[in-house]
Every structure is written in C-alpha cells, then in structure tokens.
Design a protein around this ligand. Structure first.
Ligand SMILES: [Zn+2]
Length: 417
C-alpha cells in the first residue's frame, strides 16, 4: 500500500501485451477493399478541410453549459453532409445517423462540444506555420473536426456498412458538466440502442480503454459562530474541517490501480476575531477501479463524520457542528478489457496504418458506457497537442491526417458484425 497525493488526470500508457499482438483479420483485410482504400485516401486528401473545420468550430465559443451555438454549427454541418435524422436531444447533444444494411450493430462515435473556458474568453484561433493556437483547439475542436471528416470520407468513397453509425457532438464532458451529455444519451436518447461506442477526444493516436472515475464533494461545516473572546468555548466549524483534512490526509489508497484523493479548495470564516459559523472544502477522489473508488469514498465520509464528533466532544457540545456533503461530480469508473473485440480492432487498425498501438487510461465520455459494460474506448484525433485546458492551447498539424485516417478505418471496422 502506498499513499498517493492527488494529481490531475494522468494518461499513462501501458505497452500492449502479447495478447494484443494477434491481429483480427478485419483491419488488414479491410485495407485491401478498394472502397475502404478510397475512403482513407479521401480522408488524407481532405485534411486541409478538416483543419479548416477545426478552426471554424473552435471560433464559436462553447463554455460549460452553453454549447448551443457550437451545437447548431455541428447540426448544420451534419445536415449538409447528408446524415439522416439529424436531431438535438433535450440536453443539447447533436445526433445524425448513417444507416447501414441493418440497424444493428449500432456504432456510436462522438466528440464533445464543450470547453473548460468561460464566456467572454477570446476564442480566435491564431496560425503560426503548422501550429494552431486557441482555447479548445485540440480538446475537443480537433475531435469535432475529425468526426465530420469521417462522415465526409465515407460519403465521398460511398462506403456501405453492414451496421449503422450514429455521429454525436455531445455536451457536458468537461468538469462540472459531469458527463451529462453521455448520461442523457445512454439513459434516454439512445437507451438500449448502442452496441459500441468511441469517443474522439484530444490529440495523438492513443487508445484509452480504462476509465478513471471520480467523485467530487463540496463539504460544508456549520455552527453558531460568535466572538473569538466573548464566545470562546463554542465548537468551531473550521476546527472540525481541520480535523477532517488531517484524517483525509492519512487515508491509505492502493497504488494499483492508482487511486487518489485531494482537498483542492477551502474557504469560510467571518473575521480573525470571530468563531466562524461556516467552513467549506472541495474534495476530489479518483480511481479506475469502481471498488477502490467506493472504498476511498466511504473512508472520506467516515473521516468527515468522526472529525465533527471529535470537534463537538472537544468543546462538550454534542451536535453543535453539523456537516453536509454535496456530491458535485460523479464520473463512473470502468474499463473495456484488452481482450474485447473493440480494443483488438482499435489496436489492429493502428498497426495496419503503421501507428503506435498502445493502451492508456483517462477520464472521458467513454467512462459512462464503460461503467455500463458497453464496449467503449476513446481515441485521440491525431496531430500533437499541448497546453490542454490553458488559454495557450496549441495544436501541431504535422501529419494530423494520420489521426483522421485512423478514425475513418476504425469507424468502418466497428460498423461491421
Ligand atoms: Zn476533451
């Protein structure tokens, strides 16, 4: 056991195991099909247009919970490219179908509309040679542009698929969006209709098959408060919070699978000479293992509750301090096993195109289907990104067509029996 300090989501890559060396016939076989080849050629030839789309989508702001304008742009684009049944669901996910010979399998491929940037952020994209700079340019304007490129390449090469494909530009992937687009998609909009799911998120050619889940809480401690001298002897909400933080800091968590906790923000108090009536903190816990996440969550609850009891006992005033713990983020953990056909297909597609075939973990839209045991993964959208979630975010377009081609070939592979 090892105590781990909390960090932001880390994408760590594991090398593919011997099992993954087997190539399912599909990818290599598919590459020999003239129609598939034509689609891959079309994707490469259209890369300048993909980059134009990336810039165009990015220059329409999509702050958290305010994705409508960018969603409308995607809806129009889906319609112009001839997708069927183009629709917007009640939370703002934009969907369009490309029907195959049969309704099933139904493959859903998605990219997220939302960014982490607030309204009034300058979303102008600046071009500096092969590098594009602008907030959201990689995460996930690149994913949206590749999503559209797949539609265009399949159309241009007139690819027929046995199964059907639904393209989705979704809301609420980032932060407090809390996967609300995916929650709506899987619980209502397309409930029971999705056989396979891929999210295109961020850059590079990675394959993410392990979902790091997270629980986030805002914890509020309350008491009567009073004068620091005159009312001395009252239990103190910030005292209780300090005890809680000390206990949380001592929690033991497994290092494999990596499981973390963090008290990220604290606040409260009235003045230096007041016993506060309130203190609050925000806590984040993460793991790719649902059981480990549940365990650290349970220990966090115990730590907070016992801290309150101790603070009240210290001052001999039972129940003077009270606490509420509000769940403000709940991204489920899960994974798609390396042996699953979707993962094997993704690895085979990368190899067939001469790209690195490695698996990693992350926190993305695919968390939701993975937690429901629906075969799912997340792929990067090509190119090279830096400064994700920063105003200086950049995207290097060098060989970015490789990411587009990979997404096209994987789509064709997963829209089959
Ligand atoms: Zn993203």
């Amino acid at each position: 056991m090892q105590r781990i300090g909390a960090t932001a989501v880390i994408v760590s890559f594991l090398s593919a195991s011997a099992l993954a060396q087997e190539k399912p016939a599909s990818a290599a076989e598919l590459m020999k099909d003239p129609t598939v080849k034509a689609a891959l050629d079309a994707a490469r030839a259209a890369e300048p247009q993909t980059i134009e789309d990336q810039v165009r989508f990015c220059e329409v702001a999509a702050p958290p919970f305010k994705e409508t304008a960018r969603g409308t742009l995607l809806k129009t684009t889906f319609e112009q490219l001839g997708l069927q049944n183009v629709r917007v669901d009640k939370v703002g996910n934009v969907l369009g179908d490309r029907l195959g010979q049969g309704a099933r399998p139904r493959f859903v491929i998605a990219a997220h509309l939302d960014t982490v940037f607030p309204e009034a952020t300058d979303v102008t994209v600046k071009r500096d040679g092969v590098v594009l700079r602008g907030p959201g340019i990689g995460d996930d304007c690149r994913g949206l542009a590749v999503l559209v490129s797949i539609v265009r390449a399949l159309k241009q090469a007139n690819v027929q698929t046995p199964g059907s494909i639904t393209f989705v530009a979704d809301v609420g992937e980032e932060g407090l969006g809390d996967l609300r687009g995916m929650k709506q998609l899987f619980s209502e909009t397309m409930k029971g209709e999705i056989d396979r799911f891929v999210s295109i998120d961020g850059t590079g050619v990675s394959i993410t098959n392990v979902a790091v889940g997270s629980h986030r809480y805002r914890v509020t401690f309350k008491g009567p408060g009073g004068h620091s001298f005159g009312a001395f002897g009252l239990a103190n909400p910030i005292g209780a919070m300090g005890r809680a933080i000390a206990k949380i800091s001592e929690l033991q968590v497994p290092s494999h699978p990596k499981t973390t906790f963090n008290v990220g923000r604290v606040g409260g108090g009235t003045s230096v000479n007041s016993i506060p009536f309130e203190g609050w903190m925000e806590v984040d816990m993460r793991s790719s293992d649902p059981a480990a996440l549940a365990s650290v969550d349970a220990n966090f609850h115990k730590a907070v509750d016992s801290a309150v009891v101790e603070e009240n006992e210290r001052w001999g005033k039972p129940r003077m301090i009270t606490v509420t713990k509000d769940l403000v983020g709940d991204r489920p953990a899960g994974s798609t096993p390396e042996s699953a056909p979707v993962v094997q297909s993704a690895l085979a597609v990368n190899r067939a195109l001469g790209l690195a075939a490695t698996l990693g973990e992350g926190s993305t839209d695919a968390n939701l289907p993975m937690s429901l045991k629906i075969p799912a993964l997340t792929i990067g959208a090509g190119g090279h990104g830096s400064g994700t979630h920063a105003l200086e975010e950049a995207f290097d377009t060098t060989d970015s067509w490789q990411g587009t081609q990979r997404a096209v070939l994987l789509t064709i592979a997963l829209a089959r029996k």
